[in-house]
Design a protein around this ligand. Structure first.
Ligand code: ZN
Length: 310
């Protein structure tokens, strides 16, 4: 038997001790059986049975538990045994609870004016059970409800107190965010897809520019062509991202502002050295990375630290 199994059995044995212990002794219903509560119940349940109306009304039998409920402030007569039992389960990691079923037996109807007294017993604690929700224990209580000293009904209530099963659905692989491609920068991304780093060049004054823009910053000319960058550059500046986390990235990581040999600057990942080894002035070279996901293929330029310069 595994160590875990032994532990579980020890817990089971500690829980078994509570079987037969009273959870409430001579608890008193907060209100006598009364028509307003009956009416609310019938409205909530949509029960239009005439037996629950008029001068000879009886209470719906299924209200049995309602007359014993303590509301927010609790009811009298609690022994603490049930809370102790639940406390043991909590300590053992069975922190979740679900009501599984309820059984009632009726001996005679309750009528407005009946004053309810009840005793609750911890009737049984199951062996450790494995369920879809998780492993835990079924705890059954039995409440005997009396009016004028006479047993009128019995209410059995069963809960499962369990350690929630760890649900680890395979996380969908986070998608790398896509660049925003528009008519002004489409040429750049077309180049990247072909593993070419293209810089815009003004055909009038020859000024290079990046990122891609419709016109020349130097002369305002709208005509341009491209030159292919050598891919060599240096880290001009950088930041190390720690926070906020983003699903497609694993912080910390370094983001560099890379100055290309041609003079323009470009923001991208700096790879090839640990994030805390990235420094201003490091020599880098472009590298094209391909990401495949359910959205398709994405190629991104990153900058790898040139060997011997880390
Ligand atoms: Zn120009």
């Amino acid at each position: 038997m595994s160590a875990r199994g032994v532990e579980a059995d020890e817990l089971g044995a500690r829980l078994k001790v509570y079987e037969g212990r009273p959870a409430a002794v001579a608890g008193v219903g907060k209100d006598p059986v009364n028509l307003p509560m009956i009416r609310h119940w019938c409205e909530a349940m949509g029960d239009t049975n005439p037996a629950y109306e008029g001068p000879d009304a009886i209470a719906p039998p299924t209200m049995l538990q309602a007359w014993t409920m303590g509301g927010l402030s609790g009811h009298t007569g609690r022994t603490g045994a049930y809370d102790e039992l639940l406390g043991l389960l909590d300590e053992a990691g069975c922190t979740s609870v679900v009501a599984t079923d309820c059984e009632q037996e009726y001996l005679r109807p309750l009528r407005p004016g009946d004053e309810v007294v009840f005793d609750t017993l911890i009737e049984s604690v199951s062996e450790r059970k494995t369920t879809k929700l998780g492993a835990g224990y079924f705890v059954t209580t039995r409440t005997d409800v009396r009016a004028a000293g006479e047993l009128v009904g019995t209410h059995r209530f069963r809960i499962l107190k369990y350690a929630p099963a760890r649900r680890t659905p395979p996380a969908p692989r986070p998608r790398r965010p896509r660049p925003v491609v528009n008519r002004d920068n489409a040429g750049f991304w077309e180049g990247v897809a072909e593993h070419r780093l293209l810089i815009q060049r003004c055909t009038d004054c020859g000024t290079l520019r990046h990122p891609w823009l419709p016109g020349c910053n130097a002369c305002g000319c709208l005509e341009w062509d491209t030159v292919e960058a050598s891919g060599e550059g240096t880290v001009y500046s950088y930041v190390v991202m720690h926070h906020p986390p983003f699903p497609a990235f694993e912080p910390p990581f370094a983001v560099g502002l890379v100055e290309l040999a041609e003079g323009v600057r470009m923001v991208s990942s700096v790879v090839g050295v640990p994030y805390d080894k990235v420094r201003i002035g490091l020599a880098v070279r472009v590298e094209f990375r391909t990401y495949e996901d359910d959205e398709g293929t994405l190629v991104l330029p990153v900058f790898r630290v040139v060997e011997g310069d880390g």
